[in-house]
Write a protein that binds this ligand. Sequence first.
Ligand code: FMN
Length: 178
Amino acid sequence: MSILLLNGSPRLNGNTKKTLTLMARTILENTDNTAEIIDVAYKTVKGCAACDLCKTNGGKCIHKDDTNKIMEKLAAADTIIFGTPVYFWGMSAQLKALVDKFYSNKESLYNKKIGLIIMGAAPLDTPQYRLIKEQFECIAEYLKWEIIFVESQSVREPGAVLDRPEFVEKIKNICKNL
Ligand SMILES: Cc1cc2nc3c(=O)[nH]c(=O)nc-3n(C[C@H](O)[C@H](O)[C@H](O)COP(=O)(O)O)c2cc1C
């Protein structure tokens, strides 16, 4: 099974990236699955132009950026793990720009298994984590996805989430059982 991990944080030493790196390593060391991380914030993905040209040219985005290359990788993956910091109650703009590009060839993304990692600073009982989860649940229904896990953490210091043994153990267990 091939697993693609999308890092929506621009912080390469941040909580999202550190968690996804731990996940990729655990997957590669403990399963026969493949795992690849894409740092979405360091790719060029322009916002959807709503030109609809993708509807008449075989599902390709007309932008000369990284959209089509990433879409091909997403289409080939069995499982997609989205990781995002909370930015103003939502996923990061960098990740959202890519999600909007799913419009270009949504059928190619049908029937995936999905994991979601959300890193915020506010307490876990505030609305942002629920809002992001619900947004992904809506997308999942639209794209016939099965959400297999959602893990949120409230953490301020970049990378500090890996100092939480219970979280690390939980993440490793999820990955060993993918
Ligand atoms: C632009 C920006 C907006 C943010 N907005 C929120 C927010 O609305 N709610 C929240 O809980 N944290 C917010 N944060 C804090 C980050 O979500 C938090 O520090 C998170 O752990 C960062 O993850 P990272 O280290 O993977 O980048 C914001 C941070 C930035 C830079």
